[in-house]
Ligand binder design. Structure first.
Ligand code: G3H
Ligand code: 13P
Ligand code: ZN
Length: 309
């Protein structure tokens, strides 16, 4: 039991066509719900911390909660920085004991993205930490359907090969039509699998990462709306598309929105059905259980089901 890097997890996932879930964590209940699910499924696990999470919970609390999760469950867990925006934040997380960091240079032109990624790779690798980078921009709700916008924002396969070669990065986040949040598509969901296959063919040994991979599970959206929420038109990536992506080199699937929706749906329901409750444990406990059930479903039916662990 330990904090580990994703190296072995990805090597296995790559050969066996499954994906490891990377779940965003912001507080104790979210962490416990996720790790309890992974423990029951005996699954590889990545817990990731965004800038927003560090601002909300403060870095030290999350790091120590993840340490507690390792001690409590005996699981091997990757502690990953999600969307590190510059060298300094990546360096800080490496120094603080993260086993994996993402440098997100996707807003830069290729040469600057290569430069900053290489800087992080050099620092992290010397200290036994692995690095994820991003090439291409996650499409917004409008962009995913327009062909010219696709070629401007989606990952170019040749550039991906050049990027990996020049940076020595361990895994690569690609843009093929997903986006962050609960409103990913206006019409039918669309992912550019041809592009994904082309990327995978050129860099078959590089684990690929799918950001914005929540399905926005309709049952949770419906519960939120039923119990006073207002999130009409929410739509995510169908689970079958995630299974397909895992066959074409996607080894890491990023999920945050589905956690948020599961937690919020349960808390909304609890408040309506138990208006007299005011002990946070009364509603955070069921919310934690809802997260656990949702993550078990993801691991069992979507992420690990297509291959053998
Ligand atoms: O990358 C996006 C994740 O959902 C993190 O979101 O920045 O609000 O913590 P956040
Ligand atoms: P979702 O918003 O689809 O959950 O994506 C989360 C993510 O990509 C975190 O980096
Ligand atoms: Zn992301």
């Amino acid at each position: 039991m330990a904090l580990v890097t994703s190296k072995e997890m990805f090597a296995k996932a790559l050969t066996k066509d499954y994906a490891v879930g990377a779940f965003n964590v912001n507080n104790m209940e979210i962490i416990q719900g996720i790790v309890d699910a992974a423990q029951e499924e005996n699954a590889p696990l990545i817990l990731q911390v965004s800038a927003g999470a560090r601002k909300y919970a403060r870095g030290a609390y999350l790091r120590h909660l993840v340490d507690a999760a390792v001690e409590d469950t005996g699981l091997d867990i990757v502690l990953h920085l999600d969307h590190g925006e510059d060298f300094e934040i990546c360096k800080k997380c490496v120094d603080d004991g993260f086993t994996s960091v993402m440098i997100d240079g996707s807003r830069f032109e290729l040469p600057e993205n290569i430069r900053v990624t290489k800087e992080v790779v050099d620092y992290a690798h010397e200290r036994g930490v692995v690095v994820e980078a991003e090439l291409g921009k996650l499409a917004g709700i409008e962009d995913a359907v327009k062909v010219d916008a696709r070629s401007a924002t989606f990952t170019d396969p040749e550039e991906a090969a050049e990027f990996v070669e020049k940076t020595g990065v361990d895994s690569l986040a690609i843009a093929i039509g997903t986006s962050h949040g609960a409103f990913k598509f206006k019409g039918d969901p669309y992912l550019d699998f041809e592009r994904l296959q082309a990327i995978h063919k050129l860099i078959p040994d590089t684990p690929l990462v799918l950001h914005g991979a929540s399905t926005v599970l309709p049952e949770f959206v419906a519960l939120c709306n039923q119990y006073g929420g207002e999130i009409p038109g929410a739509q995510g990536v169908p689970e079958d598309m995630i299974r397909t992506a895992a066959k074409y080199g996607v080894c890491k699937v990023n999920i945050d929105t589905d956690l948020r929706l599961a937690m919020t749906a349960e808390i909304r329901r609890h408040f309506v059905e138990h208006p007299a409750d005011f002990d946070p444990r009364k509603y955070l406990g069921p919310a934690r259980a809802a997260i656990k059930d949702m993550v078990k479903h993801k691991i069992h039916d979507v992420l690990l089901c297509s291959g053998q662990r």
